[in-house]
Design a protein around this ligand. Sequence first.
Ligand SMILES: Cc1cc2nc3c(=O)[nH]c(=O)nc-3n(C[C@H](O)[C@H](O)[C@H](O)COP(=O)(O)OP(=O)(O)OC[C@H]3O[C@@H](n4cnc5c(N)ncnc54)[C@H](O)[C@@H]3O)c2cc1C
Ligand code: FES
Ligand code: FES
Length: 1348
Amino acid sequence: MAEVKTSAGAETDTLCFFVNGKKVLEKDVDPETTLLSFLRQKLRLTGTKYGCGGGGCGACTVMVSRYRPADKTIYHYSANACLLPLCQLHGAAVTTVEGIGSTKTRIHPVQERIAKSHGSQCGFCTPGMVMSMYTLLRNNPQPSLEDITQALAGNLCRCTGYRPIIDACRTFCQEANCCQVNRIPNSGSEKEIKNETPLLFDKSEFLPLDQTQDLIFPPELILMAERSSLQTLIFHGERVTWISPVLLEELVQLKTSNPQAPLIMGNTSIGPAVTFKGIVHPLVISSIRVKELFEVTETTHGVWVGAGFTLSEVRAILKKLCRQFPEAKTELFRALIQQIGNVGSQQIRNVATLGGNIMSAYPNSDMNPVLAAGNCSVSTICSGGQREVPLNQEFFLTFGETVLKPEEIVVSVLIPFSRKGEIVRAFRQAPRKESAFATVTTGMRVLFSEGFRVVEDVSIYFGGIGPTTARATKTCAAIIARPWNDETLRWAYDILMKEFQLSPAIPGGKAEFRRTLTLSFLFKFHLEVLQSLGKMNVIEDTVLKKMEPLPREIQLSQQEYQDVSEGQRDEDPVGRPIMHSSAISQATGEAIYCDDIPQIDGELFLALVTSSRAHAKIINVDVSHALLLPGVVDVIRAKDIPGKNTRVISGYEEEILAGTQVSCIGQIVCAVVADTRAHAKRAASAVNIIYEDLPEPIFTIEDAIRRSSYFEPKRKLERGNVEEAFRSVEMIHEGLIRIGGQEHFYMETQSMLVLPVGEQGEFKIHVSSQWPTSVQIAVAETLAIPANRISCHVKRLGGGFGGKVVKTSILACITSVAAWKTNRAVRCVLERGEDMLITGGRHPVLGKYKVGFQKDGKILAADIQIWTNAGNAVDESIFVLEKILLHLDNAYNIPNLRGRATACRTNLPSNTSFRGFGVPQAACIIENFIIDVGLVLQCPADQVRERNMYKGPSLTHYKVEFSPENLLRCWDECKLKSDYCGRRIAVDTFNQQNRWKKRGLSIIPIKYGIGFSDSVMNQAAALVNIYRDGSVLVTHAGTEMGQGVHTKIQQVASRELHIPLSKVYISESNTSAVPNTFPSAASFGTDANGMAVKNACQTLYQRLEPIRQKNPKGTWESLVLAAIEMKISLSATGYHRGPDCYMDWDKMEGHPYPYYTYGACCCEVELDCLTGDYRTVTTNIVVDIGKSLNPSLDIGQIEGAFMQGLGLYTLEELKFSPTGLLYTRGPSQYKLPAVCDMPLSFNVYLLPDSYNPHAIYSSKGIGEPVLFLGSTVFFAIKDAVAAARKEVGLTGPFSLDSPATPDRICLACASPFTQNQENETGCFQPWAIDILKAPPSNVSVDSYFSNK
Ligand SMILES: Cc1cc2nc3c(=O)[nH]c(=O)nc-3n(C[C@H](O)[C@H](O)[C@H](O)COP(=O)(O)OP(=O)(O)OC[C@H]3O[C@@H](n4cnc5c(N)ncnc54)[C@H](O)[C@@H]3O)c2cc1C
Ligand code: FES
Ligand code: FES
């Protein structure tokens, strides 16, 4: 067969595969269908989740099993269902989370352990975690901890901080079976202590792993594979035809006749291009059934490895060869094994093929530089015959292009044995340690004649420094025939620096850092070569020590909390570490999120059309083409809105759909509704909008200041006399810090389903929102119908973090207009890229400060100016400013303190609330100038902190009296638990002994105001119904987003009604049951709703009192029945009128918070100064949360918030193009903390004996405060960088902006490789803009601020 018809409707084969043991025969499979959409939409197996659609988050992980007749073996591997084309699964068995266990049958031990170890909060990531771990166990029932962290490296969790997931999984490790003991934190020693505090879970309850219960591989598939049917399979879809031949000759013929058709293997390169760039291939050729691509042949030269093998398989093959052959022959194999371990995640490596990686010709491919440096070659075939092509500099032409002809197929790759005297190494540096494309990656090889140090041959290739893999030809020429020594290398560095002159406009940016990395890697290679030459007895002894990798072994951690008092009833659950009430459902995939709600008859899907211009007039919106596309029903525009197209916040109007003008890229212009997601999406991209650009969009703080583009009012808070204090202080220092924004990256994207009831304008809205009432009211106004016709239902959120408070209502309004106009149910679920583009995030902040202090470290005056980049709409920006100013003191008593804050109006998507609501930015500025003061005075920063901390009865800068006693207790306890003084000495000693690695230590306090300073929001209501069987249904105003508010509320109801927890159920949050609610935010959800539920329960308990007195021994059920007989109402509302907080901004005083949550955190990091890579070695957090209602949930919140903070300050970097387009629109470009970022020793201690009269049962709010403590890692890094700078004679304050990404860290370290760089100058447009660009420093800060 040579040519293939590509039209739909032609004859098509039947796809046969198994899902969870059941056979699936799919007749009309569309090649564009992924396994994920098939599972979710066709099979209704919604446990497998959509998180990103590009293989970057792991939420869609499933296990795929295949039988290989060649070795008669069944292979099980984890894979991302979002990248698996359904057609590729012919003959495979798929296992999803539903297939391994359920509450109806039996749950699997992995599901049980993750749930009971508190490893599931919002639960959206949990099925993916479960499946990664399950697959690991299927292959290796007793894995090591390293195996576990590898298996989970590609699974992101935004809630937990990973520690409980790792703890759950390590219960399967052999070596962890004695783990009722914990290590002493920070000791670094192997000494272990008995854990005398109560445990968060009891391992002895866990089901044993019993693999006889696992689904077997379907024998039918073995027969099918053995029969080795030679039949070519063809599947025709709407736009794409899929063909899968078995014979190599046929593959060659097909490729010859269709040279542009891609060979689809792992689909990890083709898939993302199709999904994210909209590329359509009318024909794709799958070659996974062609056996010649899966052969291994040994020769005297090396090994030919089939191009079809996945990277995981190649790794396994090479490992086997390493065991077979002497070390000297396997240098290249070992370098490749190491490098493959760094490619993507396990799920990616399990499907991505060797041939695919080479042929994708990514500029930063990890394989290609090593293969090229190692003298590999490929064997290819096409109709013209076979040939061997060296993988060298000539092979890679540019991004995505090689020297091969389009019809050429790579059959195998020759990986040569190394020769005697040959040394091969690979290095890479990426924005995150694991599961991230490299910034720069390299393969280096050198050959010495036996017994000599003169270089006979050398080969150095880099990725990430240009459009393709590149050879350092001149550098190699400079080294060859010279002795390998410092002098040669110095010469080589000079040449290398000149050889790669990167333009500052290079895609991806970071030109200076990339060049530094090339030098750093060569230096690292130098150290390795010296070691090897030493081993070969060619040189006497090594002068320089090889650099050991950063530590990576995860320790057992400690979680300490106070047990309930002795007198507490056994059945009273308050204060006990009760598991999240949905954890089991979440782990089995049974938990229902908005997009899991089954499809409604006639349902439509809505896709948004967003602006591609930052500041422009809309001249025309042409929807004619879109309307003609298959499945399209309508396009919704501003003129279709029956009610208001605007909402008003802080006096500013914001349009729901843009009318005549757009003010940022990503602003919603219109929306398309169609019968399927794919159709809606295609039609949305077919809407053609004509713009007329308006002059000078504003992107940076500098631009906004220059053009006076602000959202009013500006805010100011001042105490004392700052000017006078500056005149009297001994020293003054001025500085600046930029704190970048942050994407919420809730794992569940914004989702909603609007159902017209069909009578009197009634609508039911299922929505993933933190504030159902705001959705209800906004939709009512948009549709011009009364709010009583609209009921909003929130079952649970797959994470919110503040991002589903305000933005969701706009999306719900648009979806409701579509439902109203079409009179059909309409669903809207944002894709990850859209969500990141449209919904904004944490406000990026520029903080400028002037601080006056005495030589003893006492700070007497601080003047702080803050600008936020608020974006194009005000949203909550003014409230964020206020909270920033209210937390400007953090934990310090600065007698003369002035803060002035301004929200800049720019042409970027508008920012919104985010966990911490400005406090993480405010407190970071303060801590940064404390560090500066320490560096100026050459005095440890912790001493400056102690010198300035609140002590005794104190007054905040807004004149509230409080006692900092528990703040100081947290601080002291934290110092003690982390052995701060001992570690300081150890860190200093380490730094004296290590030139290229440095350790850093930091301890940071937090004082965080809980609740809303706007009094009206401090209220809550609840409805409690008791049913005649004694079961109780509670509805309250809070929404469950993983924080466990429903679980805590159940605990409250159980205590108040004196009934077991199992009798209390919470189904959803619902505006019909509990109206006029306020958002679950400000760490106030449990405080407010707990009190409301308590109130309702007490009412009911009182009503039952007469019956109880008559029959004191009666059961609960008998009480309830008797009450019904006696006509006593068993339904009660509860209400909590929260504290009357206020803030008078004119008088600059008030009482904005009822109380504070306190904490302190100590972190130690180890830094590789050559690359900017770092590892958090230990973290000890002590938090005062009063009497914890539920220690497991509270510790979970603490760990999760800390990790989110760690992300904010060290990893998560938003990048915008010069035209204002957000580049970072998915997990491939935007890095959240992953398992590899978890502190190796991660300990949390709840302060004992703390009470709080202001919240329920003496507890405290905890959702937000600890996020700021993630900055402890940032400041520990800064401490390590300061040590590195000392080596080159740099002392005193220096600037390090947040996030402290490897490039910033590396450049701040000022190693010899970062200095002396000749950077390209001249006129260029940078790849990305600095949206926090400050005004010139020679202009007085005061000239920018005129308060009122
Ligand atoms: C989330 C994610 C993370 C990643 N991280 C990394 C990373 O850290 N480092 C890294 O190096 N890469 C990384 N990658 C890229 C990945 O390694 C490549 O996409 C993969 O190796 C391509 O292999 P594939 O089998 O999936 O190719 P496919 O997507 O199936 O095909 C890719 C291209 O190769 C061609 N092709 C495939 N096989 C042959 C053949 N035998 N002969 C001729 N042409 C062929 C196809 O025609 C197509 O053009 C990542 C990818 C993803 C999605
Ligand atoms: S949804 Fe598949 S990896 Fe994110
Ligand atoms: S529990 Fe992991 S993302 Fe929420």
